[in-house]
Write a protein that binds this ligand. Structure first.
Ligand SMILES: C[S@@+](CC[C@H](N)C(=O)[O-])C[C@H]1O[C@@H](n2cnc3c(N)ncnc32)[C@H](O)[C@@H]1O
Length: 195
């Protein structure tokens, strides 16, 4: 999907993914892990920034990245209005080179938003944006749809993409928005330091 496609979804207010709140699974993860060092986080496909603000409120140094200029504008405005500090940048996560590598990459409905033919690029991008030993935390949307976005995936497919270069630290069914209950699975991966 092109930059114009996503920008048009924002301009025409065709944003059914916009729930007005961060991923419940992320909220619970952050609340249950106060011990985590407050490192740097990249949230690719950040949309209007609810998840970015959840990481920022928990004390992390977070950057939201999105291909749609309108998403970045809305996310910046909402973050300022909330009195929180976060950085935002417009670009293509799949193909851009990061200015810095991050301790965390947080996924929430970007993997299912891209065309399935771009999944190899997505996996390469996660590796490129993460520091060695960095964490990839994903709220995966496990739906059967083939005519997306959103495009479906399975836990098995995700394990195949990541298991060679990442160690799986956690794998659970999170609390979800009401219309996604039972359709999400969180995977917490650690990039192997040698990679
Ligand atoms: C389904 S929306 C999810 C937004 C947000 N994560 C949420 O859950 O509210 C997908 C988002 O990814 C962005 N996006 C799509 N392809 C992208 C890419 N290649 N690089 C960066 N952002 C992308 C879109 O503009 C859109 O904001």
């Amino acid at each position: 999907m092109s930059k114009d496609y996503w920008e048009n979804r924002y301009v025409t207010h065709d944003m059914p993914w916009e729930k007005g709140a961060p991923s419940p699974g992320l909220v619970d993860f952050l609340a249950s892990h106060p011990e985590l060092p407050k490192g740097t986080v990249c949230v690719p496909g950040c949309g209007t920034g609810h998840d970015v603000r959840a990481w920022a409120a928990a004390g992390f140094d977070v950057t939201g990245y999105d291909i749609a200029p309108s998403a970045i504008k809305l996310a910046s405005e909402k973050t300022q209005a909330a009195g929180l500090k976060a950085k935002f940048a417009q670009g293509n996560f799949l193909h851009d080179s990061p200015r810095e590598k991050y301790d965390w990459v947080f996924e929430h409905t970007l993997f299912c938003a891209i065309d399935p033919s771009e999944r190899a690029d997505y996996v390469k991008a996660v590796g490129r944006w993460l520091k060695p030993g960095g964490n990839y935390l994903a709220v995966n949307y496990l739906i059967p749809d083939e005519d997306g976005p959103p495009f479906g995936t399975t836990r098995d497919e995700l394990l195949k993409w990541f298991q060679d270069d990442y160690e799986l630290l956690g794998d659970w069914v999170p609390r979800s928005y009401p219309n996604r209950t039972g359709l999400e699975r969180m995977l917490w991966w650690k990039k192997k330091p040698s990679w």
